[in-house]
Design a protein around this ligand. Structure first.
Ligand SMILES: Nc1nc2c(ncn2[C@@H]2O[C@H](COP(=O)(O)OP(=O)(O)OP(=O)(O)O)[C@@H](O)[C@H]2O)c(=O)[nH]1
Length: 377
């Protein structure tokens, strides 16, 4: 068992994880009803775009839906590719290829990226296009993977393809079991008409183990309050350290030291300006510099603590000691007063925000499984 797994067990083990909830209740009550609703809507779809988070291509799959999804025409859109490590992304594409599963890394904020996805969707529907007058495409995915962002972008593309009066066309697809209602959708192609259903619904992910839950929390698919910011931050530090990621920030650390050195050297020159009261820079003008500055400080703090660490990263007790030191270093880097109430919580929140915004670099948290080898007979 890896030290990350051991530390997860050590810190979270007592949280008595189980599918019924335990102290961490991963499953809000409406999950079963939502899954049933989505399942019945899926019956109507000719193709499903399953949106997953590129940083967790397997952990962001909803396991309850997989049997139904894998039996349908499906395209997996690995969204937020801008936050995922491009050097590893292609291995995921190869992996899905080996499973004979169409997949496309996308950025839902980029029109050209979504356009490529639509081209793939239309290609996949090619045979059906010849036979059916109306086709339905449904977008599904666990919370926060970017379904709305994708649907908005598809809507924009559709609006530019069709005249204004066509924009809000509704797809009448008949009643759903138990509920008489139409599903609202918008048109993305003509002859035959292809509609995208804009009713992705809410779906809570199925969480098979604690690490999957922590990855989903890190990616924002499970509310922070369900797991606790400190635990998520601790997990993130465990992952970064065991992958030795902070050691890649050596240059950031050395450059910052040089800058400090220069400031001290120049500081000895007398300048009348030094006597004037310092004006604080306007936050909006220097926001970008501020975030860059904070990111550098955080990277330096993690680099220094890891490079000075003499212990064994594979030993969960030693890893835990390192993480404790890093929390202290992060508190200084983030300039959070130790007297502040809930200082650790504040450190965790800020640290997670930097990670989620991609400021600490692109990551993929899931490990790529071995490609599926199909025997030629
Ligand atoms: N960096 C990045 N952020 C994205 C991308 N797509 C969506 N987001 C952001 O991810 C967050 C969640 O996006 P939504 O579109 O609301 O996700 P959703 O799946 O509809 O979420 P639920 O409504 O909770 O199910 C938002 O802050 C988006 O701006 C992307 O490709 N890259």
């Amino acid at each position: 068992m890896s030290s990350v797994n051991k530390i997860i067990k050590k810190c979270l083990g007592e949280m008595s994880f189980n599918t019924g909830g335990g102290a961490i209740n991963w499953y809000p009550g409406h999950m079963a009803a939502a899954t049933r609703a989505i399942n019945s809507r899926l019956k109507l779809a000719d193709l499903v775009i399953e949106v997953r988070d590129s940083r967790i291509p397997l952990s962001s799959a909803n396991q309850d839906l997989q049997p139904r999804l894998s039996s349908k025409r499906r395209v997996i859109a690995l969204n937020k590719k801008d936050l995922a490590n491009p050097n590893i992304m292609h291995k995921w594409v190869d992996y899905f290829d080996s499973c004979k599963q169409d997949c496309l890394p996308i950025n839902a904020h980029s029109r050209s990226s979504v356009q490529k996805l639509l081209e793939l969707v239309e290609l996949k529907l090619k045979e059906k296009i010849a036979k059916e007058p109306t086709l339905l495409v449904m977008v599904v995915g666990v919370p926060n993977v970017g379904k709305s962002a994708l649907i908005n972008c598809i809507h924009q593309i559709a609006s530019s393809r069709f005249p204004v009066q066509e924009k809000k066309k509704r797809a009448k697809v008949g009643p759903l079991p138990g509920v008489t209602q139409d599903i609202a959708g918008f048109k993305i192609a003509q002859r035959p008409s292809i509609y995208v259903l804009d009713t992705p619904g809410v779906l809570v992910p199925t969480i098979s183990d604690i690490e999957t839950g922590l990855k989903l929390a890190l990616a924002g698919s499970v509310k922070d309050s369900v797991v606790g910011e400190e635990r998520i931050a601790q997990y993130l530090l465990a992952v970064l350290n065991t992958r030795q990621t902070p050691l890649h920030w050596r240059n950031v650390h050395n450059n910052t030291l040089k800058e400090l050195q220069n400031e001290t050297d120049n500081g000895s020159d007398y300048n009348i300006k030094h006597l004037l009261p310092k004006r604080r820079a306007l936050p909006d003008a220097s926001n970008v510099h501020y975030v860059e500055g904070v990111t550098k400080e955080v990277q330096c703090a993690l680099y220094s603590t890891l490079s000075e660490f003499q212990g064994d990263l594979q030993d969960e007790n030693e890893l835990e000691i390192l993480i404790e030191k890093q929390f202290e270093a992060l508190q200084k880097a983030l300039k959070i007063s130790s007297r502040a109430n809930e200082a650790r919580m504040m450190v965790s929140k800020k640290f997670l925000t930097l990670f989620r915004a991609g400021k600490l670099g692109p990551f993929i948290l899931d490990d790529v499984p071995n490609p599926v080898v199909t025997s030629k007979s």
